[in-house]
Design a protein around this ligand. Structure first.
Ligand code: CTP
Length: 414
């Protein structure tokens, strides 16, 4: 029998990360990366190659990380320990950003000619690399071969989007943005929940837009932050995640299948068609309840009488509830401005849900656009659990832990 769910059951985020910086112009972006990693609670141990120090002074990384910068060759520390080995034993992750074609080749071959490459060879844990180079260098068969070798050796390779390069060309080869790297670090480090292995989770997020005419639409204040955080938290915990989202104001995380939609009708089409193939559905989207009858022509103010006729949209969650196959878990949200728990309890019954997460969108600083939220979980039996007031990423992790805990509990009591 599982104990009652306790908030903060999931392991915290703090990790020790060795960050290798090699000699490319993208080394300046590694400074921002250190800031983000430290801000997320990690301890960062910078390791620079000689060429990296030509681009950015080691003092920058020392100041941002609060740790001495290791460079050049591996050697003995003050206590006589072999420094690269004692350093990497402390670390859960070796991250190399930027990774040049040269160091990539050394890593693929297993050369250990400086502190960073020696550290890589001495590392038994996870390694993530973020290549940065000119497009031709990236596409060269030798680089392709080396990259494939690293992947075969279990290294996570994170590539950036195409864009302007320092050499004046436009194409692939840019280092991934620091925020995108942080997102992938989260995924690598997060403890995986065995229950979610092989489970498919569909999450909806963000507002919908309902056209009034070719230039105007009705929408709502949802930013999509909560739903996107839920999708990322399920991904981090080991599920296969699909995200169906309206026009959100946040970056969509990597390693998630995404479908962008605009209107409630588009969202209904995608979500309902995916229902038979998934194990868990979380409707975090703020779906419009009404839509205007759109005019093909732009409404002209001289002719418009000020009246908009609105029709009800389909309630996607209620439809999912009517069609729910055995064993599927259906999760809703209830955004309320009063009688929060009464309304949430009614929605869980009316829409045939397993869980609902209620939030008071009228509370100051919480809810729609903000970074923090408060959620109260409610199950079918009317049992409530306050997941607390936290930033949305932390709250999403609690939500995942809660759902998994409850589903496991149900399985064990059947
Ligand atoms: N929802 C949906 N389709 C809609 C409207 C809402 O799937 N057309 C889902 C939302 O994604 C959310 C849940 O239903 O998970 C509750 O949404 P909410 O706006 O709080 O409530 P409504 O059902 O719209 O009811 P009310 O207007 O009475 O608050």
């Amino acid at each position: 029998m599982l104990a009652d769910f306790q908030a903060s059951e999931i392991v915290g985020e703090r990790a020790s990360i060795a960050l290798g910086i090699t000699g490319g112009i993208a080394a300046y972006k590694a400074a921002e990366l250190v800031r983000l990693l430290v801000g997320a609670g990690h301890t960062v141990y910078p390791i620079m190659t000689k060429w990296a120090a030509e681009f950015v002074a080691p003092l920058t990384f020392q100041t941002l990380s609060g740790q001495p910068v290791r460079m050049a060759t591996a050697g003995f520390g003050r206590d006589g320990d072999i420094e690269h080995i004692s350093l990497i034993r402390r670390c859960e992750l070796l991250l190399v950003a930027p990774l040049t074609a040269n160091t990539m080749a050394k890593m693929a071959q297993g050369l250990a000619d400086n502190f960073l490459t020696s550290t890589y060879l001495a590392h038994r844990g996870q390694t993530m690399v973020c290549p940065a180079m000119n497009t031709a260098m990236l596409e060269h068969p030798a680089t392709r071969r080396n990259m494939a070798q690293l992947e075969a050796d279990g290294v996570h390779v994170v590539l950036g989007d195409s864009g302007d390069l320092a050499c004046g060309e436009v194409g692939a080869g840019r280092m991934a943005e620091p925020a995108a790297i942080l997102d992938q670090v989260r995924w690598v480090l997060a403890p995986k929940l065995p229950f979610l292995e092989g489970k498919r989770v569909l999450v909806s997020a963000g507002p919908t837009q309902e056209d009034v005419d070719p230039v105007r639409f009705l929408t709502n204040r949802s930013s999509g932050k909560m739903g996107v955080a839920v999708a990322a938290a399920f991904r981090d915990a080991g599920a296969e995640v699909e995200l169906v989202h309206g026009p959100v104001q946040v970056a969509v995380p990597a390693r998630i299948k995404t479908r962008r939609v605009r209107s409630a009708a588009d969202m209904a089409d995608v979500v309902l068609s995916r229902q038979p193939d998934v194990d868990i559905i979380v409707m975090a989207a703020a779906v419009a309840d009404f839509r205007p009858r759109p005019s093909k022509e732009k409404l002209k103010k001289a002719k418009f009488d000020g009246a908009l006729h609105l029709d009800r949209t389909q309630d996607i969650l209620a439809t999912l509830g009517q069609r729910k196959p055995d064993g599927q878990c259906l999760v809703g949200f209830a955004a309320e401005t009063g009688s929060v728990l009464e309304n949430a309890a009614r929605k869980i019954r009316d829409k045939n849900l397993d869980f609902i997460f209620a939030n008071d969108v009228a509370a100051a600083g919480l809810g729609f656009a903000g970074d923090r939220n408060r959620l109260i979980a409610l199950n079918r039996h009317g049992v409530q659990h306050d997941l607390g007031t936290r930033d949305k990423a932390a709250l999403a992790r609690e939500l995942v832990a809660y759902v998994v805990h409850e589903l496991q509990h149900e399985l064990q009591s059947n």
